[in-house]
Design a protein around this ligand. Structure first.
Ligand SMILES: C[S@@+](CC[C@H](N)C(=O)[O-])C[C@H]1O[C@@H](n2cnc3c(N)ncnc32)[C@H](O)[C@@H]1O
Length: 199
């Protein structure tokens, strides 16, 4: 049995050797960063088909969260191809944040399709270090399928707390992930992972 496991391990190693070599030479990460957005664009359409009614239900709550300006300053954290834009209500002013700059052209395309939204800017940064965003500048933060891939969910949530408006204590964090249960106050959103509300 041991020998068989070793043989299989060797086989997997040999099959993935080109990828290891590319990673060693520094080619793998830029390649992934460039092409991952194309994959996400396809997957987002499929996942929206499945999640459509739940997303509509959840994001309809955003309407009542406008700040003093009458608009909802919304941060889409780990925005990817912006799969949620179509579900946000009119009056949202969107800031997108993602460490991968190659998503920008997908965001621009999506903004052109979703004229009911106001597009503030795209920030290239990690959720753990959102220093480009001012304290208390957001009414709502949405993070979908992101916390499972960050280095430190705790730091991300601390940053989210910092950028959320202190006036808008009703501000909420919607975060769902396939495999993350957070230590933050959590109420289960049926079939969609976790709905985190600010304490
Ligand atoms: C699975 S995609 C989800 C994209 C989008 N939120 C959606 O619902 O389709 C994960 C996204 O998180 C981004 N991401 C990865 N690590 C991150 C981090 N530390 N901070 C913020 N975003 C991150 C990735 O670049 C990618 O766009």
């Amino acid at each position: 049995m041991d020998a068989l496991v070793r043989l299989l391990q060797l086989l997997v190693f040999l099959l993935t050797l080109p990828l290891h070599l590319m990673a060693l030479l520094g080619f793998w990460e830029p390649l992934c960063k460039t092409y991952f957005p194309y994959l996400m664009a396809v997957l987002a359409v499929k996942s929206n088909r499945v999640m459509e009614s739940k997303k509509r239900e959840l994001f309809s709550q955003i309407k009542g969260l406008a700040g003093a300006s009458g608009k909802v300053a919304l941060l889409e954290l780990g925005s990817g191809t912006s799969a949620n834009f179509q579900f946000y209500p009119t009056g949202c002013k969107i800031t997108c944040l993602d460490p991968n700059p190659h998503f920008e052209k997908f965001l621009t395309r999506s903004m052109a399709k979703n004229r009911h939204l106001e597009y503030e800017r795209f920030v290239v940064a990690f959720g753990e270090y959102m220093s480009q965003l001012a304290d208390g500048s957001m009414d709502v933060v949405v993070s979908a399928l992101v916390l499972c891939s960050v280095q430190s969910p705790k730091s991300v949530l601390q940053e989210v707390r910092r950028v959320l408006s202190p006036v808008s204590r009703k501000g909420r964090i919607w975060a769902w992930s396939s495999n993350v249960a957070s230590a933050a106050p959590v109420s289960r959103a049926p079939r969609m992972g976790y709905l985190l509300t600010r304490a």
